[in-house]
Design a protein around this ligand. Sequence first.
Ligand code: NDP
Length: 295
Amino acid sequence: MIATKIDGRAYAEGLRERVKQAVQALPSQPSLAVVLVGEDPASQVYVASKAKFTVECGMRSLEHKLPADATEDDVVSLVRELNADEEVDGILVQLPLPEGLNSDRVIEEIHPDKDVDGLTEASAGRLSLGKPGLRPCTPTGCVMLAKDELGDLSGKNCVILGRSILVGKPAALLFLEQNCTVTIAHSRTQNLENVCRSADILVAAVGRPQMVQADWIKAGACVIDVGINRVPSKKRPGKTRLVGDVNYLPSKAVAGSITPVPGGVGPMTIACLLRNTVIAACSRRGWKAPTVLDF
Ligand code: NDP
């Protein structure tokens, strides 16, 4: 069997198109405020790309840059200003913050109704209690891709490899919300390979290059690889390449469907952020949430 390649890039493009349609039907333009502290080159690239896609979808992008020597209080007061600003629908603080700044404290300042990254305690609580709220972007992207591939996920055995706050834990709750039977595996899990082999849907979020081997995968399973790992390139000495947490090529011969790295889960994160911004705007301003964003 050769697995279907799950094209996250194409799905994300379609989702951004749906966001654009949704925005066009709204009474006014939603705004996403992005806070960037310092000069970290990777963060600058992410923020620029978020801004570009926000504008492409017809929303307003408000960039707030603070110098690398900004204090925690400076960042907190900016977040409070954005909370109070009626024009701002979503607030995203680009992580990591420069050393010495406590990102947990800063994130907690974001008003839950504007928490488009879904990272505050209130958002995590709403997810855990099954109440409406803004869901974390990357795990939502995983569920969307699995649903697009498999349809109804009810009753599927879903193994989430990894239990981080950012990916593993929320992914587990989101697949549970889809009526999957969810197992969370981590560094203390015994017989990890056997646990993984029980999965109809295997979500790998460990941050270990190509750790999941083909013989850990049940024949025909749907494999969602969240990992983004930079390793030395075999073909181009001195250069690096990106690989996931799954050994992709051999796994393709066993799985039913699989996300590539790059081009799988990665592109879904920003698309889900844009979707969250529309959802946040609708719920805060009392507009009906556009059904075009359902999945
Ligand atoms: P963390 O390092 O925060 O968490 C890794 C998890 O994997 C932990 O729960 C850890 O277990 C578990 N783990 C580590 N080693 C093993 C092992 N040998 N066996 C079993 N479990 C193990 O990583 P993140 O969740 O933040 O990220 C995971 C990956 O996803 C990374 O490659 C990251 O780059 C990528 N990522 C991609 C995104 C995107 O596509 N946009 C967004 C966010 C992350 P324990 O808790 O026991 O230590």
